[in-house]
Design a protein around this ligand. Structure first.
Ligand SMILES: [Zn+2]
Ligand SMILES: [Zn+2]
Length: 249
């Protein structure tokens, strides 16, 4: 499998998604996916998960029948700045995704760029999701240079322009080309809202193919690359010791 890790999925904790964690785990085992992250929408979104959801992810297994499960969130850019999960919940998560969603009113390319750069610089988020969305224009090079300085990953989203965010494809190719040129860390997300879409990177693979982005820049190529990225981002490797051990072998 070219990309045996999926870092962006949603469950019934948000009612516009349709599968449980159990269904995702079973699907991952069946298809041979080695690792995935559960990353439900943050509480500020109308259909986001309650903050208790993020506080209680500790009940999930780290490893189930050989499949590694990371505990995450797709947090929201807030109108007042920052994201919609505090340090208490964040400290219980393995990774924090963040993107523009309906709770945020677009400020045009310059305003959106300032908002997302402030979040990247805050150190609170690890991966910026679906930046190619034409509903939230940005100045790509400014955002990507900021992400590079702070070692925050840029997501290429496999749902953008397919089931969501129409008109994203061209922007995503431009972003991927820039990532290739500048050397950004890149993350792939299926953004699955049903378990059948887990690990489906078709659109993302089209984007990186057109852009000529090498797999070496993409952390999903290897679960160990994901663990090393998270460690480099300041996440304590101790809670993931079981996974380090499994994938270091
Ligand atoms: Zn999103
Ligand atoms: Zn999502």
């Amino acid at each position: 499998m070219r990309f045996p890790v999926d870092l962006h999925t949603h469950t019934v904790a948000c009612s516009h998604a349709f599968s449980t964690i159990g269904e995702y785990l079973t699907r991952a085992r069946e298809m041979g996916l080695m690792m995935f992250a559960t990353t439900d929408h943050g509480p500020a979104l109308a259909d986001g998960a309650h903050r208790w959801h993020f506080g209680n992810l500790k009940v999930l297994p780290r490893l189930w029948e050989g499949v590694a499960l990371l505990r995450g969130v797709e947090a929201n850019v807030m109108e007042e700045g920052g994201i919609d999960l505090g340090p208490r919940e964040r400290s219980r998560l393995d990774l924090v995704l963040c993107g523009f969603h309906e709770n945020f009113r677009s400020r045009g390319a310059e305003g959106n760029t300032e908002a997302i750069k402030a979040i990247i610089a805050s150190g609170e988020v690890d991966i910026i999701t679906h930046l190619g969305n034409p509903a939230y224009p940005i100045i790509p090079e400014e955002v990507l240079r900021c992400a590079l300085v702070h070692q925050v990953a840029i997501e290429i989203n496999a749902t953008s322009g397919v089931n969501s965010r129409p008109g994203s494809h061209g922007n995503c190719v431009e972003l991927a080309r820039l990532c290739a040129r500048l050397g950004n860390v890149v993350s792939l997300g299926s953004d699955a809202h049903i378990h059948f879409s887990l690990g489906n990177f078709e659109e993302a693979e089209r984007v990186i193919g057109e852009a000529g982005l090498p797999d070496a820049q993409i952390i999903n190529r290897d679960p160990l690359a994901v663990l090393e990225f998270l460690k480099g981002r300041g996440h304590d490797p101790a809670p993931l010791a079981e996974l380090w051990e499994r994938f270091s072998r």
